[in-house]
Design a protein around this ligand. Structure first.
Ligand code: ADP
Ligand code: MG
Length: 391
């Protein structure tokens, strides 16, 4: 961990350019989830408490280097002001003047960085223009750290740079979970497809003691063992890849846990008629949509004997009841064990966080990452450019 934190910097009388991720969901012009904004508050308050001024820089959506009015951060600024409880001024031009005129606890929010084609190109000139506005660069956008962009990579070399509170918290939690974890470590990986998580599985088998594979991707592993998974979501072309991952796991001494019983249905819809069958008995015209009670009991037993859990991907089609039951039960047990201080649990991923929230388990997890892609890439063992640049 070669990076500095806010505590290593002298903010007194200085301006800080703070890269944040406030790419919040918006429906009909209304911000529907303020979590990401809540998570940047500590960084803003601490810089101000240390006598610094805060200029927020962020992206929103994928405007691809063009000005797209609907993706202006102007729409988000009032919510940022509400959540921070501070005056927030959105600016889209004359940044230099706006910065000079900042007063009191006013926070500036610059326009969507991705309106400028230089941002995603990690353009040095664009980074230099941004850097000229401030004395210190703070990166608090862990969830954007897997991208080498002007505001996450190039700029970090132009100003004294450090990690914000959220960035430091995310990196600390991930280090605890996978860097130097308390063993045994169990990873639960579920979700739809093996193909999106090949690197993840490949890295995890070398790091964890037990890998629980669930969700649609388990079907690919089962099929690779010659089990007929009927009409289940399954990537038959990845059978050899699945066998390779299993071999790699065996070499590394990592135990892979696949479902033993499953919940099958003929329709992918809420309340569809369903049965619990052993994995060998999936009917030819049915789909596996969830882990069965026996599988869940085995997962729970692993959780109970583990000290650390990393979780990405639901165990079943959690969006449609009753196929959320497996995910809910395992999540509830992980939450209880965490609350009791017996398990360090770290989870991330868009659908995973939604599933854990739905299960009512998220609050008791030790750490929920706000990052999707960056969380996965970190778990894949990759170096994140935005983090490396802080070193
Ligand atoms: P994350 O976003 O957390 O990385 P994924 O996107 O990989 O997770 O996976 C989530 C999706 O996987 C959900 O939409 C869920 O319905 C789907 N899924 C899980 N199990 C199954 C299954 N057995 N059959 C079909 N889809 C499944
Ligand atoms: Mg997803």
């Amino acid at each position: 961990m070669g990076w500095k934190t806010l505590d290593d910097m002298d903010f007194n009388g200085k301006r800080a350019l703070v890269r944040v991720d406030i790419n919040v969901p918006v429906e009909n012009g209304v911000v529907t989830d303020i979590t990401r904004i809540e998570r940047i508050c500590d960084t803003v308050y601490d810089i101000q408490d240390m006598g610094g001024q805060v200029i927020l820089i962020a992206h929103f959506g994928r405007p691809k280097g063009q000005v797209v009015p609907e993706m202006s951060l102007e729409h988000i600024a009032p919510t940022v002001a509400d959540v921070l409880g501070l005056p927030v001024t959105w600016v889209n031009s004359d940044y230099r003047d706006a910065v000079k005129e900042m007063a009191g606890d006013e926070v500036l929010l610059l326009e969507n960085l991705r309106f400028n084609p230089g941002e995603e190109k990690n353009d040095a000139a664009f980074a230099k223009r941004l850097a000229s506005l401030a004395d210190i660069y703070v990166n608090d956008a862990f969830s954007a750290a897997h991208r080498a962009h002007a505001s996450t990579e190039a700029i970090a070399h132009l100003l004294p740079a450090c990690a914000g509170r959220l960035m430091a918290e995310e990196l600390g939690a991930l280090e605890t979970a996978l860097g130097s974890p308390d063993r045994p470590v169990v990873a639960v990986v579920g979700g739809a497809k093996v193909s999106t998580k090949l690197d993840l599985l490949g890295n995890l088998v070398t790091k964890v003691d037990t890998l629980v594979i669930g969700g649609g991707m388990a079907n690919t592993f089962l099929a690779a063992q010659g089990i007929d998974v009927g009409k289940s979501l399954c990537e038959h072309d990845l059978a050899e890849t699945a066998r390779e991952i299993a071999r790699k796991a065996a070499d590394a001494g990592c135990e892979i846990l696949l479902p033993r019983d499953v919940v099958v249905a003929r329709e992918f819809k809420a309340g569809a008629a369903n049965d619990i069958v052993a994995v060998e008995n999936c009917p030819a015209d049915a789909m596996i949509l969830d882990a069965g009670p026996d599988s869940v009991a085995h997962i729970v037993a692993v959780l109970e004997r583990s000290k650390t859990l990393v979780w990405n991907g639901p165990l079943g089609a959690f969006e449609i009841a009753p196929f959320d039951a497996g995910t809910n039960a395992a999540a509830a047990r992980a939450a209880d064990l965490s609350k009791a201080g017996k398990l360090i649990s770290v989870a991330g991923g868009g659908d995973t966080v939604a599933a854990l929230n739905k299960a009512g388990a998220a609050d008791d997890f030790s750490y929920i990452s706000t990052a999707g892609g960056a969380f996965l890439e970190w778990m894949e063992g990759k170096e994140l450019p935005g983090v490396a640049a802080l070193g």
